[in-house]
Design a protein around this ligand. Sequence first.
Ligand code: SF4
Ligand code: SF4
Ligand code: SF4
Length: 251
Amino acid sequence: MGKPKVAIHSITGCAGCQLTIYFIEDVLLDLLSKIDLVAAPMIQEKNSKGPYDVTFLEGSVSSQEDLLRVKELREKSKVLVALGTCSSYGNIQSTLSYHKNQKDIPKGIYKTTSHLKSVESSSVDKHVKVDYYIPGCPPDKTEIATFIKDLLLGKTPKAYSKPVCFICNLKENICLLDVGKECLGPVVNGACGALCPSNNHACTGCRGPLDDLNYAAHKEIAKSKGVSGELFKQRIIKYAPKKFEELVKKL
Ligand code: SF4
Ligand code: SF4
Ligand code: SF4
């Protein structure tokens, strides 16, 4: 089999996820000898319009243009990977739908809004089938590298499923909840290797809630540490409102 044709594309996002791939210096050169990077508009001038074997797609669907683009990329890609929290869960821009003055937000930013072709911001899988998810804002570079290696070896990449606390405890960090910081480590997927608490910052939940989130139990734990229930809810929905809603419905 020849080298897989890989594309890295972006819709509405900040480009941080793509940059994470380009900054995996230690493995990128090795990977480039094993894949055919046929489209990466951020770093190269000539880009194939497809078809692709694997497409990494960064960003949320936030405009009519994004909507057409995700449908086109889905048709052209054998494997479509949602790269980052915007693409996987919608991220903060989709949480704006909770804002009571949501429709007025653009008016506070732009002089005129008639040029905007916005749609309610959402994850990519609201519109097309996604084969794999690599959440994180931005995602962890080791996880991306492992994902690509697994695909090259013909393995099915496995989603990480342990909380941030798991790695945090292995690293023997002081628990930030115990010193009054609102850490979401117990309820957030921890493939980042507990990056924030290992640097004395509370986890804000950028990888989204765990698949088996026990919302009620953890809300009580947060409350016992002085975090209000409403604040806990705001924090936990911030990056992944739709996923959060699905999990809470199961309670
Ligand atoms: S997930 Fe975060 S880093 Fe990636 S595009 Fe969205 S905002 Fe940027
Ligand atoms: S600091 Fe945060 S991630 Fe670490 S053990 Fe405490 S709650 Fe969990
Ligand atoms: S510790 Fe939390 S906020 Fe920090 S990178 Fe990991 S999941 Fe994201």
